[in-house]
Design a binder for this molecule. Structure first.
Ligand code: PHE
Length: 339
């Protein structure tokens, strides 16, 4: 029996010294000290011993139990400490390390200029409205007095979705939507994306931005249109900028004009930006055609109005001297972070 106890002591010592986890430790505790454990088994067999032997072996067995107990406690303490040290090492934060920089974004140049344009028009009493980019053929063409054979309807210029649905080619359909919903006086601008089946190059993109303007009231004349756009150009580009109206044709305005600004780069002297002419085309405009007013349930005998549509991207390019439209849609941070 003594030998058995010696063996238990020896074995438990090596096993306990090789324990790596608290789980393993618990298994060993059960193995030696549990109800069916090896040491318990020995103690149970003590009845077979002689009266002289019993107290001696009993004492020895108790010593071994205390020894194993102590060894388990010590191992548990070591394992827990090791675990804590590991955790502390893993969670260590070096406060002297340089921090990760949070990069702050900035507004896209188109958004910046659009904000400016909005502010100018809001200052003149306009409100801002929006319309859908997926538009009915009716709003994009028919209601705007485009006849059935107008070249802009051609498949080559327009992205059709179905026979009645398209990606709007201009913001002008918002004129119609607005006049259907509101009664005069109306004073709105409607910025947004428009789409045309153009090849991509330095001045063309199948998606670009326009800002539509519409004013309807009693007694609105071409003079109001010219005054409004002249104030707008001066607020945007500076007091020295001049505007010029050239006769043009749009189906939904009559008379119609294309409006030029004196070149912001050379003040009209002629340069690379204005291709030597001293003028830059910035928008189309005109007096709202009586047919359009009628299509929207507004009596052209009582009301009149003007409309204009400008290309926002071009205004941005002029303002920041950007020479390639593609830069604005490539999302290259090196470009975008300059504004
Ligand atoms: N919608 C026209 C275009 O895209 C511009 C325009 C708007 C002209 C309003 C006159 C009045 O070219």
């Amino acid at each position: 029996m003594r030998e058995k106890l010696e063996k238990i002591k020896l074995e438990s010592t090596t096993e306990l010294e090789n324990v790596n986890t608290l789980q393993q430790l618990e298994e060993l505790r059960i193995k030696y000290l549990g109800k069916k454990g090896e040491l318990t088994q020995v103690l149970r067999g003590m009845g077979a011993l002689s009266t002289e032997e019993r107290p001696i072996v009993g004492q020895f067995a108790n010593e071994i139990r205390d020894y194993i107990n102590e060894k388990i406690e010590h191992t548990e303490y070591c394992l827990k400490r090791r675990e804590l040290e590991n955790r502390l090492r893993n969670e260590f934060i070096d406060v002297t390390m340089p921090s990760k920089k949070k990069e702050l974004g900035n507004k896209h140049p188109i958004t910046k200029v659009l904000d400016e344009v909005k502010e100018i028009f809001v200052g003149m009493g306009f409100s801002i409205v929006e319309g859908p980019e997926i538009e009915k053929v009716y709003y994009n063409f028919d209601a705007l007095n485009h006849n059935k054979f107008h070249p802009a309807r051609d498949m080559q210029d327009t992205f059709y979705i179905t026979e009645d649905l398209l990606l709007r080619t201009q913001t002008s359909p918002v004129q119609v939507r607005t006049m259907e919903k509101m009664s005069p006086p109306i004073r709105i601008i409607a910025p947004g994306r428009v789409y045309r089946a153009d090849e991509i190059d330095a001045t063309h993109s199948p998606m670009f931005h326009q800002i539509e303007g519409l004013v309807i009231d009693k007694g609105i004349t071409m003079a109001n249109l010219k005054g409004t756009l002249d104030v707008f150009a001066k607020k945007l580009y500076g007091d020295n900028v001049k505007t010029k109206f050239r006769p043009h044709h749009f189906p939904f305005t009559e008379p119609s004009a294309e409006v030029d600004c004196s070149c912001v780069a050379c003040s009209g002297a002629g340069c690379r930006v204005c291709k030597g002419s001293g003028w830059i085309e910035v928008l189309g405009a005109g007096m709202v055609h009586p047919n359009v007013l009628r299509n929207c349930g507004i009596d052209p005998e009582v009301y009149s109005g003007f409309a204009f549509g400008m290309g926002l991207d071009r205004i941005v390019m002029l303002k920041y001297d950007i020479d390639d439209l593609r830069l604005m849609f490539e999302n290259d941070k090196r470009f975008l972070s300059q504004f």
